[in-house]
Ligand binder design. Structure first.
Ligand code: URA
Length: 428
């Protein structure tokens, strides 16, 4: 006889009860082993979405998900470790310049990343556009690269929080992704199991993010910071804007190219600002707040670390990046100031061009995506290129253009333009 049964746990949460430690440990473990069925877990996930969990329940749920798999340990490395996690946004390529930059400052970055699903891109999909680069590393290869290069971006192995892998796939198809307790425990179980010493969370806010309002984003950030801190990981969160997409590109190879520009000392100002802000937090969390990452960007050492990081995983950092076979240019409809550029509209367009996938098993196009030639606040002239769409399959242009419709405004005098800062708040 089991200690509990799934219906008892579901009813407890359905009726606004607090789940006991023993109920949580049992249900997460039994679900991972297949004893609790998908339909029972989806019912429980919906009850959690509707009725919430308190801090104690979220903490226990996170611990149970960590306990479902292996826990990595980098405490024997010769340098401290720090990682960053973004809740996902459009044009969010920050991990690419950030990991080598922080490594160049003397802190190792063990970054386990994912692939994109829906309108937000995945770091692994972007890096796989670099010829030869491979995402799969063994734990030993990861440790060796952290010692030799100081930065690794690779796929999380199956051994890390398997309960989350199963539950996340279920939430994706049952309308239960948006529950704050489930998002917080999902992200933090993986990051705590990954074994980083310090963690900086980039919690996105706005149309292109999971969290559309600052209040909800702050609640998620506070929940995750508390979980990390309780687990002994130095954790802080930055709340950052995702009403407007980051930089000037959304796609795969085109985002790698923009990241390389940042490492060369150029690149869009918002991408540079956010990269440096996150780097400073990671360094401070790892006890290296005395190092200024702007110096390492300027002196080329971050670029050297990028090249070594790419080469160590089989990639050729000097090879030409793939380009899409077809392009289509959208011109500015009138002269004035670009007052709004909607992250969701751009993300959907990039996705429809083939940069993202609809199902986990779909391939992505390396060269597909959207380049925008102006950012909110910039002056544009009628007829000048505003967007360039890239894809291998021209039949995709029509649907991508539909996504962009209503996704931007050009105003003659710019009177309605209100600049939004990239950095909105800090928790921790
Ligand atoms: N990212 C995750 O890893 N988990 C979630 O639940 C949401 C975003």
């Amino acid at each position: 006889m089991s200690k509990h049964d799934a219906v008892e746990v579901i009813i407890a949460k359905r009726d606004h009860g607090e789940l006991s430690d023993s109920q949580i440990d049992w249900v997460v473990d039994a679900y991972t082993r297949g004893e609790v069925a998908d339909e029972q877990m989806s019912s429980l996930a919906m009850a959690i979405l509707l009725n919430g969990m308190n801090r104690g329940e979220i903490s226990r749920w996170t611990a149970a998900m960590i306990a479902s798999g292996e826990r990595m340990d980098f405490s024997h490395l010769s340098r401290p470790t720090a990682d960053k996690h973004s809740t996902g946004g459009v044009g969010d390529k920050i991990t690419l310049p950030l990991a080598p930059l922080v490594a160049a400052c003397g802190v190792a970055v063990p970054q386990l990343s994912g692939r994109g699903l829906g309108h937000t891109g995945g770091t692994l999909d972007k890096l796989e556009s670099v010829p030869g680069w491979r995402a799969a590393l063994s734990n030993q290869e990861m440790v060796d690269q952290l010692e030799s290069v100081g930065a690794v971006i690779c796929a999380a192995g199956d051994g890390l929080a398997p309960a989350d892998k199963k539950l996340y796939a279920l939430r994706d198809v049952t309308g239960t992704v948006e529950a704050i307790p489930l998002i917080a425990s999902s992200i933090m179980s993986k990051k705590i199991a990954e074994g980083t010493g310090a963690l900086v969370l980039d919690v996105k806010v706005g149309s292109g993010a999971f969290m559309k309002s600052l209040d909800k984003a702050r609640e998620l950030a506070e929940t995750m910071v508390a979980l990390g801190t309780d687990a002994g990981v130095h954790t802080v969160a930055l709340l950052t804007d995702m009403e407007t997409p980051l930089g000037l590109t959304a796609g795969n190879a085109i985002e790698v190219a923009e990241s390389v520009e940042v490492l060369e000392g150029g690149g869009p100002a918002d991408v540079v600002e956010l990269t440096l802000a996150l780097a400073r937090e990671m360094l401070a969390g790892a006890g290296r707040g005395d190092v200024d990452p702007a110096d390492r960007l300027a002196d080329g050492s971050a670029m050297d670390a990028w090249k070594r990081m790419i080469s160590a995983q089989g990639g050729d950092p000097d090879a030409a990046l793939p380009t899409a076979r077809e392009t289509h240019v959208v011109n500015a409809p009138s002269s004035g100031i670009l007052t709004r550029l909607d992250a969701m509209a751009v993300g959907m367009a990039a996705w429809r061009l083939g940069a993202g996938r609809a199902r986990k098993e779909d391939p992505v196009q390396a060269g597909a995506g959207v380049v925008w030639h102006a950012r909110p606040g910039d002056a544009v002239a009628e007829g000048q290129p505003l967007f360039t769409l890239h894809t291998d399959e021209p039949e995709r242009f029509e649907r991508a253009l539909e996504s962009l419709e209503g996704g931007y405004d050009v105003s003659a005098d710019g009177a309605s333009y209100e600049p939004t800062p990239v950095l909105l708040d800090r928790v921790g």
